[in-house]
Write a protein that binds this ligand. Sequence first.
Ligand SMILES: C[S@@+](CC[C@H](N)C(=O)[O-])C[C@H]1O[C@@H](n2cnc3c(N)ncnc32)[C@H](O)[C@@H]1O
Length: 243
Amino acid sequence: MQAEPLAREPYSALAAVYDRVMHDVPYADWFSYIRQHWQSPGLLIDLFSGTGIVARTAAAFGFTAISLDQSYAMLCRASGFRAQANALQLPIATGIAAACTATNCSINYLLSLGELNEFFAECHRVLRPGGLLALDFCPPERAWTMHKQKFEAPSTVVFYHEFDAERYLLTSRVTVLRESSAARSEIHHQRIFTQAEIADSVAAAGFANATFTPNYGLPVPVGVSPIMTLTARAASSASRKRA
Ligand SMILES: C[S@@+](CC[C@H](N)C(=O)[O-])C[C@H]1O[C@@H](n2cnc3c(N)ncnc32)[C@H](O)[C@@H]1O
């Protein structure tokens, strides 16, 4: 089946099959890891929430979560508390969150170091002192292993990736296959950040105790470079000023 040449908005077509494509992602194990680092539970804000899988997982563990995402098509598939929002301008009051999460390499959708800095500053603003930031990202080593690779979920979707190592840009063509009509393609752009860039950015925003761990502490399949997990704690505004 021919994919139409027109590139659509990211997640406009993918939204319909996203949960199916991600069915084997171990979100419950990821959440257990996050839970281990979460000292004083309260409100969880899940950023780049997509279809709300993390909020649903958190609810199963007994937590209240709000899902925020800029894609209406993705949020339509979520349930519970949710709002359409850009991760750089959160519609959340200052200091009310106990944790902010951003899973499945979502921060790579921020396309510059400036945006990354803004994002961490927003997370710090909405978190209460001591609040937890927990997220994962695609490091350059992993982006390299994806270069010119095709991944297919049979009869559902095909991903084709290209990594521009000079611009640290991962471009993915995502083709959603449909039985009864033409396939639909969309282009995703992701900025690949180094661990050092992320460590600097998160510290500048006022976070402390940044810890990087491959793949939420889970076993890493042989031959695959893992996603990296970051946990950090919001320092108080006072200690941020002193830093
Ligand atoms: C890879 S999906 C991750 C969804 C979910 N966190 C998960 O773990 O399955 C990335 C999501 O980020 C959203 N997104 C990308 N850029 C965004 C931005 N600037 N603000 C808010 N959401 C954004 C997309 O709409 C998409 O739903």
